[in-house]
Design a protein around this ligand. Sequence first.
Ligand code: ZN
Length: 265
Amino acid sequence: MCLLEQQQLFFSSDISSQKPNTIRNKSTDCPFCRTEDLEGILEREGNIIWLMNKYPTLKDAHQTVIIETDECTSDMRHYSTSHMRNLMRFCLTKWQEVEATGSYQSVILFKNHGPYSGGSISHPHLQIIGMKDVDYHQNITMANFEGTNVFTHKGVELTVSAYPIIGFTEFNLLVSADKPSDTFPDMLQVLVRYILDGFHKACNSFNLFFYRFNDKIICKAIPRFVVSPLFVGYKIPQVLMDKELIRMTKDLSALYSAYARSENP
Ligand SMILES: [Zn+2]
């Protein structure tokens, strides 16, 4: 018999079946808009609310949600610079607080946006999940974040993965863990705008995944489409041809140069 050492979580389809879905079912009431009915609130800062996930579908996991704003149909593209900065500071702090409890093998911070992202509630939110028995570092290496350097500004580096996890385009923002400055949320917002408005006209979904690796905080942003069967069946990721990569790098560095100029007029 072969004993696989695979990091995996146990999923409850019973709990999942009770979950509302406002992405597929537009007429479903949004639970994150009815703030007076929210239960299990952990902390509030302005219109940002951190609370326990009402539908904890994962076994041996501490599942929490961060509601990003009180505007149901808004998204990261449209936040003011100061809201984006406050939100990221809040998320990184809470993520670190859950890590510091020492109760979990690892703690993940991530976001789903759009119909292909795997999310079920369209109201903008992120999730922090502490996992008792799973260490995400076992599945990932630094190589998954390295590749073509697109832009570096004030200690924040943007790369396109040469060895992506799932394939096609994976953007990575890397910053030193001890000083995640405002440049990090600023550059993330430029990236999210590019993914939804410039990257590919059919792209309406993305994920953000945050990692702590080698004294760095890394945010991987993945534009999402239907997952390739070559990955599902054979674990073979596909990467872009050089021509495509060069075009994308050029577009993005133009956007980031404009951002850097606007910051230091
Ligand atoms: Zn809502």
